[in-house]
Design a protein around this ligand. Structure first.
Ligand code: URA
Length: 231
């Protein structure tokens, strides 16, 4: 028999970073969300459950990301003959996943944005300089005129994400048209990233305690790519 616990309380997670940079938005820190994170963090969770529950969080994150896109007034006529004064999205969007873990977030974006264009970017550590280096990128040719949802599940030091943003800006995407979406952030990664790119919005599911000496997020969930792709 399971022991009942007290009724759900709002999670106090945001005290990990107080105040939050103004460009950072977290998912509502509900008990349900905390339960999803508890499952994906556990080392005993099977790969099947990790896929299922991380997908649930990704879907919530993508929906929250879309809340930050601008809309314009739009009037439609309903089947009753009445008019409805509503809104429609203003511009075109695309996703850009940071390989390889970011690819895991593409399906969640496709579920909510039908036939969305998705670019990819591969950044790895340069063994000579120890700095993040661009190895591959492929973007929609009109990316400069789109809002970009940048996808990477874990914001640890922020090195790859900052390099990815640098590359997007080089391709003509204005900083304030980029929305970076991730499942877990470290406070230090967020701070560095938001200081360098203050106009860009970050949607994160959870802000953790910090980084260990191997740059893993603590408590974190280990290596996201390993958990997602390896049995
Ligand atoms: N990438 C991961 O997959 N996990 C971390 O904790 C940090 C970076």
């Amino acid at each position: 028999m399971t022991t009942p616990v007290a009724p759900p309380q709002p999670a106090t997670n945001q005290s990990q970073m107080n105040p939050l940079p103004p460009s950072v938005f977290t998912l509502p820190q509900t008990a349900q969300l905390e339960a999803l994170y508890t499952i994906i963090r556990s080392k005993d969770t099977s790969r099947g459950d990790f896929l299922f529950y991380s997908d649930r969080i990704i879907r919530l994150l993508v929906e929250e990301g879309l809340n930050h896109l601008p809309v314009v007034k739009k009037v439609v006529e309903t089947p009753t003959g009445a008019t409805y004064q509503g809104v429609g999205f203003e511009g075109k969007i695309c996703g850009v996943s940071i390989l390889r873990a970011g690819e895991a977030m593409e399906a969640g974006l496709r579920e909510v944005c039908r036939s969305v264009r998705i670019g990819k970017i591969l950044i790895q550590r340069d063994e000579e300089t120890a700095l993040p280096k661009l190895f591959y990128s492929k973007f929609p040719q009109d990316i400069a005129s789109r809002y970009v949802l940048l996808l990477d599940p874990m914001l640890a030091t922020g090195g790859s994400a900052m390099k990815a943003v640098e590359v997007l800006i080089e391709h003509g995407v204005p900083e304030d048209r980029i929305i970076f979406i991730n499942l877990i952030s470290s406070p230090e990664g967020l701070r560095t990233f938001c200081t360098k790119y203050p106009q860009l919005k970050v949607i994160t599911g959870w802000i953790d305690l910090g980084l260990n000496d191997k740059a893993y997020i603590i408590p974190g969930l280990g290596d996201f790519g390993e958990r997602r792709y390896c049995e």
